[in-house]
Ligand binder design. Structure first.
Ligand SMILES: [Fe+2]
Ligand SMILES: [Fe+2]
Length: 266
């Protein structure tokens, strides 16, 4: 099946096995670095939640069942932005001698703090946008999902490829990576049972949101991919994987020191 080939391609991309979270634990980063990492990661994650015209575009092209599957992913994303901020704020509080955030449900306050730290550490990098606090690589990753605003069959196919790649990466690299460095590493003394860590417990594992998203994206593509259209689907997946891989590279090198502190054999 063509969709299986796509899954295989995603699993073998450097993004899928990127060592950023392993290096996070090795680096035991400061609270400023953790805040800057969260700022860039949450800015990327924000862009992946809205489906814009994708569900409607599927219906227009005769794929109603597939449209429902994609809509179900967007539906389950409700409230994830605020919950991610709460989790980040909880980690930052745990790392600090004095409580930084009295109210872990004040999303804006937590996000502002993280952007400040990002500005402090990353603003000298080429292309850093001081207004939004976005790295050029974060913008590129976000732009992939702006493509969902486009209409027409070609962008529909690219968007579906990017969506399956996103969900596989989220389910099997990003969320397990976050669990590894935030919880399993024991660096921050937090647990999946903490109310403030609900973002992670909801996303992680085979019963979590990302497993459901991956299955939905897979099933949507299963019936749509054919020998005529699969190159566009692969292209969409590749554009996403390349962009996220570049983002992981720059965060890893600029904030975790992976370029000079150690090599893979260490
Ligand atoms: Fe989510
Ligand atoms: Fe997802």
């Amino acid at each position: 099946m063509l969709v299986e080939k796509l899954v295989n391609y995603i699993e073998n991309h450097s993004c899928f096995s990127h060592p950023i979270f392993k290096n996070w634990v090795r680096a035991e980063p400061s609270v400023e670095v953790v805040s800057a990492l969260f700022h860039q990661i949450r800015s990327f994650c924000d862009s992946t939640r809205p489906v814009y015209n994708l569900a409607e575009n599927l219906v227009k092209n005769g794929f109603s069942k597939e449209s429902d599957l994609i809509a179900s992913i967007a539906e389950s994303e409700k409230n994830h932005g605020p919950e991610l901020a709460t989790m980040a704020g909880h980690i930052i509080n745990k790392m600090s001698a004095n409580t930084v955030f009295d109210n872990l449900y004040d999303q804006q306050c937590i996000e502002n703090y993280m952007k400040e730290k990002s500005d402090l550490l990353l603003e000298r990098l080429p292309g850093y946008d001081k207004k939004t606090g976005l790295l050029i690589q974060t913008k590129a990753s976000r732009n992939v999902f702006e493509g969902r605003k486009e209409k027409g069959l070609a962008s529909l196919l690219k968007n579906l490829g990017a969506t399956l790649a996103l969900e596989i990466i989220s389910h099997r690299q990003l969320i397990p990576g976050e669990k590894y460095c935030l919880v399993d590493s024991k660096l921050y003394g937090v647990s999946l049972e903490d109310e403030e860590m609900h973002y992670l417990s909801e996303h992680w594992g085979e019963a979590g949101a990302e497993a459901m998203h991956e299955e939905a994206a897979y099933n949507a593509l299963k019936s749509i991919m054919d020998t005529d259209n699969n190159s566009l689907v692969f292209l969409g997946a590749s554009l996403f994987l390349e962009s996220l891989s570049s983002l992981w590279d720059v965060l890893d090198a600029a904030l975790l020191g992976s370029g000079h502190r150690w090599n893979e054999a260490a």
